[in-house]
Unconditional design. Structure first.
Lengths: 240, 277
């Protein structure tokens, strides 16, 4: 497993420091993760960072796994000294996706966990094989489930179909030149729409090896109104 | 395509509330509270919710500009008082810092470990209930139009303003239809101003929510408010459907005989402008 590229383009060029996406990878653990913090959140940037950091250290999701993170998030703030609006926003919570990828070389498999609408794509060379959790651009119109710092919104983690509805496994030995692309929703929606139009962008996305290439692509497609204005993250991983 | 502009600090959108404060707003609803009290309460909650949606750990971002025009026995004027009384539309951070008062209330919340605890929350109040005199609706819509012409001129690329009009009675200064039509012709490059009308009622009649034609409406007044209302844009149709309203491409932003629950839903749906960034 080799991480060929990770890069991010902020939604607002005037405020690059406000990018709320987060990427983390651990070559020794053969895991990487991407999280998209929701715009309407108190502090989704730090929540997204915590989710990806926790996943690459401990990929077994559970109620306790999440409770530990929420406790850490909450301990950063003193609710009682906040203004009324910060208190209300803090109570409303912070929301973020989690797309976690774990590689099992002994079994030639890649396990994906997905909460929300960040997308993983499996390519063979530059040929599209599969994507998860969505396969069509229209699916991004849904309101996705997200991990929240308010436990009330995380009840789906305890449901009996959580694993069947949030996990996917790909057998990479079936591909000659397997590549996994992970991306946040604006880029993912754009890429799936292009594929549906018969104009796939996979080869071009896979060829990105410098942040300036990603920036040029995103800014050009935003300008043409082909891509929603949102934080964009891309991770490219190959399996030699 | 209209109503697709992303809302940002450099391209905010505006919400302008037109609130009927005529004498009949003092009538009691089934909840035992007057229509004026119910509307003031929901308006205060809506302002707090809009501010909360814009507030991050570092502060409140100016994604929205907000105004309230009130009309009734005292004529037509600014619904805000104090520091906010000098102009109609304000950046949302200015609204955040200038409530008339902040009440302390208790709320039951999940403690995250299977229990329920009581938590103190702060409830800001900007708008007090008032009810007297006639219903100068045409003057109020004219004032709204003057504000929004200037606003759209200075925000040409923004998601267009949304006017949320709350009334319980018929206009006493003429036929408002033409005024509403002119208001809905004001536009930014992202589309014309949206006008949504809410009729609040003390009658026990069944409410009519987001109708798609005037044929099923009970009287000429309901039909007039229907014609004064904009079609719901696509993203608001989706949002209304998520709230289990039966809406389609022809549905208009109008509720007739709305009760307390519908008032909350009307404000919630009407203020769901497109994506914030």
């Amino acid at each position: 497993m080799r991480v060929l590229f990770t890069g991010q383009v902020a939604k607002d060029p005037c405020y690059p420091e406000e990018n709320e996406d987060s990427i983390e990878y651990s070559p020794e653990n053969r895991r990487f993760a991407l999280s998209d913090g929701a715009s309407e959140s108190f502090d989704s940037k730090s929540w997204a960072q915590m989710l990806v950091r926790q996943f690459v250290l401990k990929p077994e999701l559970s109620k306790e796994w999440l409770a530990e993170l929420i406790a850490e998030y909450t301990s950063q703030f003193d609710r009682e000294t906040m203004t009324w609006s910060k208190q209300a926003a803090f109570d409303r919570g912070s929301f973020a996706t989690l797309l976690g990828v774990e590689v099992f070389p002994n079994h030639d498999t890649v396990k994906i966990i997905s909460i929300g609408d960040s997308l993983a794509v499996l390519l063979d060379g530059t040929e599209f094989i599969d994507s998860y959790p969505y396969s069509g651009a229209e699916e991004f119109q849904q309101r996705p489930q997200l991990f929240c710092t308010d436990p009330v919104h995380n009840s789906f983690l305890s449901s009996s179909d959580f694993y069947s509805s949030h996990f996917k496994q790909w057998t990479i030995s079936e591909q000659q030149s397997p590549t996994v692309l992970c991306m946040t929703d604006a880029l993912a929606e754009w890429a799936l729409r292009n594929a549906q139009k018969g104009e796939p962008s996979w080869e071009m996305l896979k060829s990105i090896n410098d942040i300036s290439q990603l920036e040029e692509l995103v800014l050009t497609e935003r300008e043409k109104k082909n891509m929603r204005v949102d934080d964009v993250s891309l991770v490219i991983v190959v399996f030699d | 395509m209209s109503y697709t502009a992303e809302i940002s600090r450099s391209n905010p959108t505006a919400f302008l509330f037109l609130v009927d404060q005529s004498g009949s707003m003092d009538d009691k609803m089934s909840s035992g509270r007057s229509k004026a009290q119910q509307v003031a309460d929901v308006l205060n909650r809506t302002l707090a919710t809009l501010i909360t949606r814009c507030t991050k750990s570092e502060g409140t971002r100016n994604y929205f500009e907000i105004g309230v025009i009130a009309y009734g026995g005292n004529g037509v004027g600014n619904g805000f008082q104090g520091a906010l009384g000098a102009s109609i539309l304000h950046p949302i951070s200015a609204i955040e810092t200038s409530p008339l008062k902040i009440e302390e209330r208790q709320k039951k919340v999940d403690d995250g470990a299977g229990g329920i605890i009581s938590q103190s929350i702060k409830f800001p109040v900007w708008f007090e209930p008032q009810a007297s005199g006639g219903t100068p609706m045409c003057q109020a819509i004219t004032m709204a139009a003057e504000e929004l012409v200037a606003w759209c001129d200075s925000h040409p690329n923004s998601y267009p303003p949304t006017v949320l009009h709350i009334t319980d009675g018929e206009s006493t200064d003429g036929d408002p239809e033409q005024f509403a039509s002119h208001l809905r012709q004001i536009q930014t490059n992202d589309g014309p101003v949206l006008m949504f009308n809410l009729h609040v009622s003390t009658s026990g009649a069944h409410p009519i929510e987001f109708p798609s034609s005037e044929s099923g409406l009970p009287d000429a007044y309901a039909k007039l408010l229907f014609r004064m209302s904009s079609l719901l844009p696509e993203h608001l149709i989706r949002f209304a459907q998520e709230k289990e309203f039966k809406v389609g491409m022809e549905s208009r932003g109008f509720m007739f005989n709305a009760d307390a629950i519908q008032i909350v839903d009307f404000f919630d749906i009407g203020t769901r402008a497109s994506q914030l960034r």
